[in-house]
Design a binder for this molecule. Structure first.
Ligand code: PCA
Length: 327
């Protein structure tokens, strides 16, 4: 039996046991801060997960989702969960690459550019990634990739040189570095602040999936989206280690099983919506399409530089991930 199936079977057994048990546990309430807006597909997926956990535990574990950075801002979520101010949370993984380069494994340019490759890369990275998370007092529940990232701009881009001096919104160290290497000027902006940054001219270009362009209605400010497929960055959901250990084994098994399902369902949703988001950008008047030859070649070159840099920074851990991925 596959690990996935075994965990699911355990979850089903645990649900049955929980339903049959007559003793009453003290109910747990967990706060789950998330950075992205309520309608975003990751947020909707987490809400479905939280609801399933509540039903399957007979209300004994009640996870309350706080979307859009309303409880903790995106940049505060990991620390809040590490220190137990919140029990569970979601964040874009690569935003933590400044703490350890391993957190940036999914944002090495052009390393994994399809959903299939993204899942293979996650499998390859998991042992190293989970070990690192444990050092940060966190337990991984599930992770879901965003659709492939492309370039948003308010003018035609024909080569990397067209990025010179452009104010470029970054959301992690990889997007900031990509901006620098192309001569753009990086400015860190959370997705929840993106519309404002674009309307005030703080930012005029960025890399992201169609999902964020759609969620933030960027057609109000921008005109072009180039399908570069530079990466599929992941959001991940993690629990404070002590909060996790305080759950009984049945509850842990239920949460593990439902986490597997949330990962599968969220990934399927991301893949299903990927093309639809791009259609929406076009339907709202944006020009969408592949990058031209020169632009692609220039970004490939930047990608090569960044891959080299990442490997230097991530050392043996990074190499182990790449070796496992390429097997
Ligand atoms: N959207 C997120 C990160 C990756 C993506 O597709 C954002 O732009 O913040």
């Amino acid at each position: 039996m596959s690990t996935t199936l075994r965990t699911l079977t355990k979850a089903v057994a645990a649900v049955t046991l929980a339903a049959a048990s007559t003793f009453v546990m003290a109910g747990e309430k967990w706060d789950m801060p998330m950075a992205y807006n309520d309608g975003n597909f990751h947020t909707q997926n987490a809400k479905a997960f939280a609801e399933a956990v509540k039903v399957a535990t007979g209300g004994e574990l009640d996870i309350r989702v706080h979307s859009g950075g309303s409880l903790f801002k995106g940049s505060e979520i990991k620390r809040a969960v590490q220190t137990g101010q919140a029990q569970i949370g979601e964040r874009i993984l690569s935003a933590h690459a400044n703490e350890s380069p391993v957190f940036g494994f999914d944002s090495v340019p052009f390393l994994a550019t399809s959903f299939e490759q993204s899942n293979q890369l996650m499998d390859a990275a998991k042992p190293t990634f989970e070990k690192l998370l444990s050092k940060h007092n966190l337990v991984l529940l599930y992770s879901v990739p965003w659709p492939p990232g492309g370039f948003y701009a308010k003018k035609e881009l024909n080569s990397g040189a067209d990025m010179k001096g452009v104010k470029f919104r970054s959301y992690n160290s990889a997007t900031a570095r990509m901006a620098e290497l192309s001569g753009a000027v990086p400015v860190q902006v959370e997705a929840s602040e993106l519309s404002q940054a674009l309307s005030t001219g703080v930012a005029e270009s960025f890399i992201s999936s169609g999902a964020t362009g759609y969620d933030r209605k960027v057609w109000e400010h921008l005109t072009h989206w180039y399908d570069v497929k530079v990466w599929l960055p992941r959001n991940y959901v993690f629990v404070n280690k002590q909060a996790w250990e305080a759950l009984d084994e049945n509850t842990q098994n239920i949460v593990k099983g439902l986490s597997l399902m949330a990962e599968k369902a969220g990934t399927a949703r991301s893949e299903q919506l990927a093309g639809w988001y791009i259609e929406q950008l076009a339907a709202h008047g944006m020009q969408v399409g592949p990058a031209g030859e020169k632009l692609s070649a220039d970004f490939k070159q930047i990608g090569d530089t960044m891959t080299k840099e990442w490997l230097e920074q991530a050392g043996a851990d990074g190499q182990a991930i790449l070796d496992a991925y390429r097997k």
